[in-house]
Design a protein around this ligand. Structure first.
Ligand code: ADE
Ligand code: ZN
Length: 350
């Protein structure tokens, strides 16, 4: 996918990116050696770098529940398998610096990356390794690359609610609030949404709001019960943004609810394009524009999604969505409007 000079040159803000989904195979390989951790999925070990690279090709969006292969990881299994090499503060620092450096190269001026503490604490990694690594990268990338970031803590929704709340408690000293270290300013909800609606986490979200943090939740495109998840997110939990949420188009009351509450969608077109025909998917962007839905374009998990980053996602919207340059600029501006940076920072990005 060739990135056009127009898309490459657009000043960008990224609001939907999982930092663990940016772990590139080369760094994963290096960390596996450094930490003496085998690279494997179930009983299959990746013994050479080529075998590791090949694993990224077979993972892409096969669906065992639809009768697909069972011997290769699903998307989320591959993502969490990748996490296994991350152990020390320096590992998390390098991961984050790699992404933020790439931001500079893609003209991403500001980002709000998600992070999954529980993916690491459940393997015995101390939360402070994760948080201090990201905190140091946040500061160094702002100074060295001019790329600012405010991060988003995610509850892992297919783990027990109490585990998420315990992880939040551990992370809270790193929040951006009076007396806090300033790493993250919001709470989100990610991982497998099957039978795990947002309302299960209402207590955790309420707590985050009391702590002065922003809120968002994933409502995956095409997910079972997606309309009910969006309804809960909007009207019960009352989040400020929705990650994905493209299924609102089926329900006028959900489209109206977004507008009433000033909630926008962080979309990731390539993530849907992996399993949706071009002529079905991309007209939806036009429909959203026509219906006045606020949304922006993001990448989700670029390394596990064919190495398509935010610029590639924008290129797809531009090319297949038939959007004009003016509309593309509007989408880039939407991300500035939807972000939770301080006003002075927003002014600089504009
Ligand atoms: N966590 C990391 N990537 C995710 C995705 N694409 N969907 C849901 N949860 C995730
Ligand atoms: Zn996501």
């Amino acid at each position: 996918l060739q990135i056009s000079p127009f898309v490459a040159g657009l000043p960008k803000v990224e609001l939907h990116i999982h930092i663990e989904g940016t772990l590139q195979p080369a760094l994963r390989w290096k960390l596996a050696k450094r930490n003496n951790i085998p690279l494997r999925f179930k009983d299959k070990e990746y013994k050479t770098y080529d075998e590791l690279l090949e694993s990224y090709l077979v993972t892409y969006n096969h669906r065992p529940e639809m009768g697909g292969r069972k011997d290769v990881p699903t998307f989320l299994e591959a993502y969490f398998a990748g996490c296994e090499v991350l152990m020390t503060e320096v590992d998390f620092y390098e991961l984050a610096m790699d992404y933020l450096k790439r931001c500079k190269e893609m003209n991403v001026r500001y980002a709000e990356p998600f992070f999954d503490i529980q993916a690491h604490t459940r393997r015995g990694v101390p939360a402070e390794h994760v948080l201090n690594g990201y905190l140091r990268a946040q500061r160094d990338a702002a100074a060295q690359y001019g790329v600012r970031s405010n991060w988003i803590f995610c509850f892992i929704r297919d783990e027990p609610v109490e585990d998420g709340e315990a992880a939040y408690e551990l992370a809270l000293p790193w929040a951006r609030r009076p007396g806090g270290k300033g790493l993250f300013h919001a709470v989100g909800l990610a991982s497998n949404a099957y039978e795990r609606p947002p309302n299960l986490f209402a207590g955790g979200f309420a707590r985050a709001k009391r702590d002065g943090l922003h809120t968002t939740t994933h409502c995956d495109f095409g997910q079972k019960d997606t309309h009910e998840h969006i309804r809960q997110a909007l009207f019960d939990v009352g989040v400020e943004r929705i990650d994905h949420g493209l299924d609102v188009l089926d329900r006028p009351e959900l489209v109206a609810g977004l507008a009433d509450r000033g909630v926008g969608l962080t979309l990731c077109p390539h993530a849907y394009h992996r399993r949706t025909a071009t002529e079905v998917l991309f007209p939806k962007l036009r429909q959203l524009l026509d219906q006045g839905v606020q949304f922006c374009i993001n990448s989700d998990d670029p390394v596990y999604m064919h190495d398509v980053w935010i610029d590639g996602n924008m290129e797809k919207a531009y090319r297949y969505g038939g959007l004009s340059k003016t509309e593309m600029v509007q989408l880039a501006r939407n991300a500035v409007d939807m972000c939770w940076a301080d006003e002075q920072v927003k002014q600089k990005i504009y």
